[in-house]
Design a protein around this ligand. Structure first.
Ligand SMILES: [Ca+2]
Ligand SMILES: [Ca+2]
Length: 162
């Protein structure tokens, strides 16, 4: 059983609460019709729990222990969440607050090797329930506890989490 089980359960509860808020906010502001002028906030929506311009990863659910990347990062080894836990092969969720239109692409290995674990569009997020997990960290199977590097990519045709 994970040594972070309790932290992760707490994070999941926060994530569920955040999702409810997000859904309410979304239904209350469906956005302007096509062709209508939009405000800057509509043009560059932020991802949840992630500061303007950053690409964020979390130990458990969104809003749990976090590490914020401003640029691509070739190796998560040695990086830590804000509770001190290591990031490498320990990411359960992610959020993208890029202001330059960059997608967050996470790879199984260092230096963007080993294939794509998942990617997140600007203003988007992925929560733990959307990612599979075989229970073994860093073995290249499943999508939780697998990310080891992050590459920022300008808009691609790859389908990413929104
Ligand atoms: Ca690093
Ligand atoms: Ca695994």
């Amino acid at each position: 059983m994970s040594r972070n089980l309790f932290a992760r359960i707490g994070g999941t509860a926060v994530a569920v609460a955040a999702l409810s808020v997000t859904m309410l906010a979304t239904s209350a502001s469906a956005g302007p019709p096509p062709g209508e002028d939009v405000t800057p906030n509509d043009v560059v929506p932020l991802g949840p729990y992630c500061a303007n311009g950053f690409h964020c990863v979390f130990l458990a659910g969104l809003g749990s222990a976090r590490h914020s990347y401003f640029n691509s990062d070739t190796n998560f080894a040695g990086d830590t969440f804000d509770d001190g836990t290591g990031v490498n092969n320990y990411v359960w969720s992610a959020s993208n607050s890029s202001t330059g239109g960059y997608e967050s692409h996470y790879y199984y290995g260092a230096n963007y090797s080993g294939g794509l674990v998942f990617c997140v569009n600007p203003g988007g997020e992925v929560v733990p329930s959307e990612l599979t997990d075989d229970g073994i960290d860093g073995n290249g199977v499943g999508r939780r506890d697998e990310a080891s590097s992050l590459r920022l990519r300008p808009g691609t045709t790859i389908s990413c989490f929104n």
